[in-house]
Write a protein that binds this ligand. Structure first.
Ligand code: AMP
Length: 485
């Protein structure tokens, strides 16, 4: 038999193959062994070839809610050498049609959008078709340079772009993180993240699969279910909102997370107050790390050693981070984690001539190489020619008594070019006034940083990964529409 090589499949399946009877995924009361997951991936790979002739380099779009079978489908695509193209199920039909026009998949698994020609198969039908196929599949030969996935960026600054990630990018990502975070066979990962995003798929799920650990997969973040899962888990990966929701529940105690050794947060900045409250309640220091769709993980606070609140830690081994210009400047990154390029965008190279990728974030490095993210470059407010970093104003706001959270944006202004505007969410029972907040800020911030306008709101608009949607806030402030989200 020909010996082929497929680095991604070998990375994801090697540990499980050593002991196929071990549990790979817990889903409700079901337990999927590594053997059953691998067998299903083989049958799905056959079914995709049989039904649609899926070949090396073809795209397979996936528009599905979380289910364990989605992981098997992802592995099936890796075995086929097909590019896995996950789509957020919350995207509307018009949004999905645009992405499908761009990716031109051979087949879409899940619900097809109305008015598009792409061949569509539902997951249940695909599973049914796969039933009669063999449990073994000869993996297509691939190498580190081979494209493995296209992830669309959220497109807040224009049309979404498809980041093409190679097998090498993905293998480097999960093996590096497993070493950094000590993830191994005895870990049980509490996984409440969506599987269409880099965090849920290429960080959480891939790390666990590659380590031979068990994933407690959850259909979404529901606080009771997550607390139940934490009672049996050893590691949790989540976004900052997950941690604030856990903290809002009195059932979160040191005792309730007794068996957990590591809490990881990323995808959005975590407030110092959340770090502190979590440590006070549970005794755990949340490990914050930073990355992007295009680069996978870039930096991480250490497993052993000092975790610095307000920083996302030093660059991961093998990854280089530099700050362009005078700090805080744009965060640029180079290494085996950085994407090959954007799909169908030969005119928009992802990396500069020296191989560095511009994340679009602003940050600074301290003397020990710990990175502090100050915000997105596009969110920087330039008012009367002076730079205001929203994070600095948000931190000052969050420190005020009665402020639950805040978001600061710049709005166009004929006089100043832009003015600083703050949306403030009062804590339960707090009585705040816009004038009172501005007066309090004048005590701690230079006048040009003090928001010209403060708007009180019930909540901040956030996306599926817990990121505050500043573009949406800006539009709402301009139009005077409802800010709740
Ligand atoms: P995405 O490509 O959707 O994963 O978004 C990547 C962006 O999320 C980064 O460019 C940052 O702006 C933000 N991000 C991710 N992790 C963190 C973090 N720990 N702190 C602050 N921002 C973060």
């Amino acid at each position: 038999m020909a010996v082929t090589s497929n680095p991604l499949v070998e990375t994801l399946l090697a540990e499980g193959r050593r002991e196929p009877g071990r549990v790979a995924v817990l889903w409700g009361d079901d337990a999927w062994t590594f053997g059953s997951l691998e067998a299903l991936s083989a049958r799905l790979a056959h079914a995709l070839v049989d039904g649609w002739g899926v070949a090396v380099g073809d795209r397979v779009a996936v528009r599905l809610p979380t289910r364990p079978e989605v992981l098997a489908l992802n592995v099936a695509c890796a075995r086929l050498g097909a590019l896995y193209v996950p789509l957020n199920p919350a995207y509307t039909d018009p949004e999905v049609r645009g992405l499908l026009d761009d990716a031109a998949p051979t087949v879409l698994v899940g619900e097809g959008p109305r008015g598009h020609q792409v061949p569509v198969v539902g997951l249940d039908e695909l599973l049914e078709r796969s039933r009669t196929h063999p449990d073994r599949f000869e993996d297509r030969a691939r190498d580190e340079e081979s494209p493995a996935a296209i992830l669309f960026t959220s497109g807040t600054t224009g049309r979404p772009k498809g980041a093409v990630l190679t097998q090498g990018n993905l293998v480097f990502g999960c093996t590096t993180l497993n070493r950094a975070w000590g993830i191994g066979r005895d870990d049980v990962l509490v996984h409440p993240l969506p599987l269409f995003h880099v965090h849920g798929l290429f960080v959480a799920a891939y790390c666990a699969l590659a380590a031979g650990a068990t994933i407690r997969l959850l259909p979404s973040f529901e606080v009771g279910a997550v607390l139940d899962a934490l009672a049996e888990g050893t590691v949790m990966m989540g976004v900052p909102t997950h941690y604030t929701r856990l903290l809002a529940d009195v059932r979160l105690t040191a005792e309730s997370v007794r068996g957990v050794r590591l809490f990881v947060s990323g995808s959005a900045p975590m407030r110092a107050a959340t770090h502190e409250a979590f440590t006070a309640r549970t005794g755990h220091r949340i490990l914050e790390r930073y990355g992007t769709t295009e680069t996978g993980m870039i930096t991480s606070n250490p497993l052993d050693g000092e975790r610095r609140v307000g920083t996302v830690g030093p660059a991961l081994p093998g990854v280089e981070v530099r700050i362009a210009g005078t700090p805080p400047g744009r965060v640029e990154v180079r290494g085996p984690n950085v994407l090959a390029g954007y799909w169908n965008r030969p005119d928009q190279p992802a990396r500069g001539p020296d191989g560095f990728f511009d994340t679009g974030d602003l940050g600074r490095l301290d003397a020990d190489g710990y990175l502090e993210i100050v915000g997105r470059a596009k969110d920087l407010v330039i008012t009367g020619g002076l730079n205001v970093y929203p994070k600095e104003v948000e931190q000052a706001l969050d420190a005020l008594v009665g402020v639950e959270e805040s978001a600061v944006v710049g709005l166009a202004d004929p006089d100043f070019g832009e003015v600083v505007v703050a949306v403030v969410v009062p804590g339960p029972g707090a009585e705040l006034s816009a004038d009172g907040v501005r007066a309090a800020l004048r005590e701690v911030l230079a006048p040009y940083k003090v928001p010209k306008r403060v708007v009180l709101a019930g909540a901040l608009a956030r996306n599926a990964m817990g990121k505050v949607e500043k573009a949406r806030l800006r539009r709402a402030l301009e139009d005077g529409t409802d800010l709740l989200g």
